[in-house]
Design a protein around this ligand. Structure first.
Ligand code: ATP
Ligand code: MG
Length: 568
């Protein structure tokens, strides 16, 4: 038997032992050895005695010696061990390849935002990582808040992000099943119908008092349950889980399972009026849909107890519930509570206002889906809520868009410059310094716009290069400024500035989004509008094109007369 094989076996046995409190076994080592050196399969008879021998030797040395030998002689085995996948997501506990099912369950009650992107991308990445499935499920059992517009917006957002799902469904399509499960709980005495007032229910919850509805018998509960579908008015009766009114976890103090809502449902109109609340619907759906790993943000953590208990009482399969932190940018709230009034009161122009963290706004601003995915996966997978720096998303975005963004000249706060002795009629300029994005011809007549900032910093006698053209000396500071050509040769020591031909300059406005909130104060100056001129070539670019304005920044063309500042 050659020494190489013995060495491989020893490494595998040491690694396996070190992971199992210092004890390894023949069978574990055999399968790993064959996995590492499949050519040995044919010689298995010869190898088994060797493996038993090595396993015996390894088990005879203490754990710390095993570990130190592993570190000194087989460091490659330690580093190769995947603790997380290459994208930075930690491995999932209890995940079997081909059997993982995740779900993304938004409520269609608002526009999708960066937080939804985080959830959907993580759900998708895990499904792919384990060769499993992603279910996209609208959790639409609260008709008061839900609108068709939001179903559509969420779907458009996911498609834009490039999140591929294996099935789409609505929780509201399972109402009959949910009624059946509620009835099952009532019949088994795990739930009851409570007709107390809202106020006394909250008071009793606070004071840990059991109301008399809780003591009602089965007959009373079934009668009341049926009355919920016709006679009772909204608020007059709810189905409550018989939890524990003395629990330290306030969620467990007989939480609501079903309630009456008379609002029209966007899909089912007035077909149903008894609706499950979140805790009930999500548990039933996740279990029925075959979800194995259910992610949600960590503020739901206290709800895990009710989730598992409901499934327990119904004898239903339990998914694993896992939490991650909420994603939000500093000064850019994602909560509907904050976003809705901003839109309604007209403080922002709509859900695609470039100051917002909605997907529509990020898209309009020029952030690309791949950058969002890279950014989400770069965040450490913790439960602690941290405000993510927007700059991090910007830097991923910049790397992606740089090679495909045509370069263009812009003059912000335009100042006129006349080059007295210009004789050039036209110049051809490459649209990108490295990538072949073609070139453009710019007509010249000696009059230009330069940026106000450059104009202010130039004085009579200064020499400056007009990029792609020639060097000039300022002969008169004023409006307009005047200059004379001093030569064509590139001089490294003089400043280089961009320009726009004045004769056919295109007037645009650049919207520069700034932080929306300073603390919890709305920033009245959160949208700066800069007047600018750019080259006529701008008009030939499609709306949506990302442009790098030289010495200014990346912008997305929003219309023929408006661009949105993406980032530096
Ligand atoms: P809101 O408070 O805005 O209503 P929500 O959590 O109720 O938010 P849903 O539309 O129900 O929003 O969420 C769908 C999924 O997206 C859930 O799994 C939720 O945990 C996740 N999610 C929502 N907001 C964020 C966020 N800011 N960061 C990470 N995940 C989020
Ligand atoms: Mg919600």
């Amino acid at each position: 038997m050659d020494e190489d094989v013995r060495k491989t076996v020893r490494g595998i046995a040491l690694l396996n032992a070190s992971e199992h409190d210092g004890r390894t076994r023949n069978d574990a080592v055999i399968s790993k050895v064959i996995g590492a050196m499949p050519e040995l399969r044919a010689r298995i008879k010869e190898i088994i005695p060797l493996i038993s021998e090595v396993v015996g030797d390894v088990n005879a040395i203490p754990l710390d010696k095993q570990k130190s030998e592993l570190e000194s002689s087989f460091p490659e085995l330690l580093t190769a061990k995947p603790r997380q996948d290459r994208k930075g997501l930690p491995m999932l506990e209890g995940a079997e390849h081909g059997k993982v099912v995740t779900r993304f369950p938004p409520e269609p009650n608002g526009y999708p935002h960066i937080g939804h992107a985080k959830a959907a991308i993580i759900d998708e990445e895990y499904a792919r990582m384990y060769g499993g499935r992603l279910i996209f499920r609208f959790d639409d059992t609260n008709p008061e808040n839900e609108r068709l517009e939001y179903y559509a917006a969420i779907k458009v957002g996911l498609d834009w992000l490039g999140v591929r799902y294996d099935a789409v469904k609505n929780t509201s399509d399972d109402m009959e099943l949910i009624y059946k499960k509620a009835e099952e709980l009532i019949l088994a005495g795990h739930a009851y119908v409570c007709t107390c007032s809202k106020e006394s229910i909250s008071k009793n919850r606070r004071e840990m008092i059991e109301c008399k509805c809780r003591a009602g018998d089965l007959d009373q509960n079934t009668k009341r349950w049926h009355k919920m579908f016709e006679k009772f008015k909204p608020g007059e009766a709810i189905v409550r889980y018989r939890g524990d009114m003395h629990s330290d976890n306030t969620v467990m103090r007989d939480p609501t399972l079903m309630r009456i809502i008379d609002e029209q449902h966007p899909l089912h109109k007035d077909r149903y009026r008894v609706w499950p609340n979140y805790d009930f619907a999500v548990a039933i759906e996740d279990s029925m849909d075959g979800v194995t790993h259910a992610f949600r943000t960590k503020e739901y953590e206290l709800r895990n107890e009710i989730y598992y208990e409901i499934l327990d009482k119904l004898g239903m399969r339990k998914p694993r519930v896992l939490e991650f932190s909420r994603l939000e940018f500093e000064g850019m709230p994602v909560s509907k509570r904050v976003l809705k009034p901003l839109v309604q009161e007209g403080r922002v122009s709509g859900y695609d206002d470039p100051r917002l963290p909605t997907l529509e706004a990020l898209k309009r601003r020029g952030i690309v889906p791949e950058a969002i995915r890279k950014f989400v996966l770069s965040l450490s997978f913790t439960k602690s809520d941290t405000l993510a720096p927007f700059e991090k998303l910007e830097s991923f975005n910049r790397k992606i868009i740089d090679s495909t963004s045509p370069r263009l000249f812009i003059s912000v706060e335009p100042a006129k410059l006349i080059v007295k002795n210009n004789t050039m009629k036209e110049v051809e300029v490459q649209n990108h310094p490295q990538t072949d994005l073609g070139s453009r011809r710019i007509q010249l007549d000696g009059s230009f716009y330069i940026s106000g900032m450059d104009a202010r910093s130039l004085n009579e006698g200064d020499e400056v290069r007009l990029l792609e053209l020639y060097n000039v000396r300022i002969t008169k500071k004023g409006t307009p400024m005047e200059a004379e050509i001093t030569g064509m040769d590139f001089k490294s020591e003089i400043p280089k500035i961009q320009w726009v031909p004045a004769q056919n300059a295109v007037k645009i406005e650049v919207l520069v989004p700034k932080i929306l909130f300073v603390g919890d104060q709305f920033n009245e100056n959160s949208l700066e509008v800069q007047e600018a001129f750019t080259e006529p070539h701008y008009l030939e670019l499609n709306v949506g094109t990302e442009i790098q304005f030289i010495r200014y920044g990346y912008c997305r063309k929003d219309s023929a007369s408006q661009a949105i500042y993406t980032h530096k």
